[in-house]
Design a protein. Structure first.
Length: 112
């Protein structure tokens, strides 16, 4: 398997890690779209949101709980956006599920 995020998780590719535990890694985005832009990536390789199984629900719950904690640590008190791109038309460019957290600027609607 040739996966960019798996290589980052294995520390084969350097990244700016802002958080790590036994289930996830959070890194600053290399092409930020907001003053604060980081990714939360599960260490388990799951291709996309479409591939989530019942056995992954605890991991997904962990990520959802972690997002506001990391948002607070990054001083996103005024608000932030969480994005998951799923599939080619959804803008997914790496086939490993991940969640973008963006903040410190006004988010517009509709996105994209």
């Amino acid at each position: 398997m040739d996966c960019l995020f798996c290589s980052i998780i294995k520390k084969e590719i350097p990244s700016d890690i802002i958080y790590e535990d036994d289930q996830v890694i959070a890194i600053k985005d290399i092409n930020p779209q907001a003053p604060v832009h980081f990714l939360i990536i599960p260490k388990k390789h799951i291709k996309s949101l479409n591939e989530i199984e019942d056995t992954d629900l605890e991991l997904v719950s962990h990520i959802v709980k972690l997002i506001p904690e990391l948002a607070r640590e990054n001083k996103l008190n005024e608000g932030y956006r969480v994005v998951n791109n799923c599939g080619e038309l959804g803008g997914q460019t790496v086939d490993h599920i991940h969640f973008h957290v963006l903040g410190k600027r006004q988010m517009l609607w509709p996105p994209g």
